[in-house]
Design a protein around this ligand. Structure first.
Ligand code: G3P
Length: 215
């Protein structure tokens, strides 16, 4: 399973990419707002830090505008993936960008039906928002399970990119279902490194080492 970082904070991406566990990055307007720098500069920097896909989102509301913005975003670097919101206009834009071989990530997906349409239109990634579904009383991961089964049944090549992840258990469930990608806020990736028994174990080994004869 690929791990993407869901942030536009360049210092965090730089630090965590060095760990060898980051395969790509996803951004959105809310995340770019936090980065507090011109978006083109931020996306270009991120694309240099990670070799894998870097999603950058359009903000136009009509398909023609989305296509124009998609072309502009994809000109920033060859690993940019154009993030397009689900909907009539979005799917039309995905189909158009596909003709130009521009990779897309259909975002704000909350149902299997939406994911099926994204795959049929030729999206490279589909992003079901798990945490936001959980927030309103659904089990977001059930939607991921359905999408994976539907894609498997018809051989769709679109990768399921599990988004709106809130905690490490979401990551475990995504992995057990065979999701292609998870995109993680920095704090969730950092939490995956941690276990109190690891810390206790290290302290015990270091204490023991003090009593090991050194010569
Ligand atoms: O990748 C989508 C993500 O940024 C949305 O997360 O926590 O705002 O639902 P959240």
């Amino acid at each position: 399973m690929k791990i993407f970082l869901d942030t536009a904070i360049r210092a965090d991406i730089h630090r965590l990419a060095a760990m060898g566990v980051v395969d790509g990055v996803t951004t959105n307007p809310s995340l770019l707002k936090i980065a507090k720098a011109p978006y083109r500069e931020v996306i270009a920097d991120i694309c240099e830090m990670v070799a894998g896909p870097v999603s950058a989102e359009v903000v136009a509301e009509d398909w023609q505008g989305m296509v124009r913005e998609g072309r502009e975003l994809s000109s920033i670097a060859k690993n940019v993936v154009v993030k397009i919101p689900m909907g009539f206009e979005g799917i039309r834009a995905v189909a158009e960008l596909k003709k130009e071989r521009i990779a897309t990530n259909v975002t704000l997906v909350f149902s299997s039906n939406q994911a099926i349409l994204a795959a049929k239109a030729g999206a490279r990634f589909v992003s079901p928002f798990i945490g936001r579904l959980d927030d309103v009383g659904h089990d977001g991961m059930e939607v991921v399970e359905e999408i994976l089964a539907a894609y498997e049944a018809y051989g769709y090549e679109t990768e399921v990119l599990v988004a709106s992840i809130r905690h490490p258990q979401h990551v475990v469930r995504a992995a057990l279902l065979g999701a292609h990608v998870v995109t993680l806020p920095t704090r969730v990736l950092e939490a995956m490194f941690q276990h109190p028994l690891t810390d206790i174990g290290i302290r015990k080994f270091l204490e023991a080492w003090k009593q090991v004869p050194k010569s």
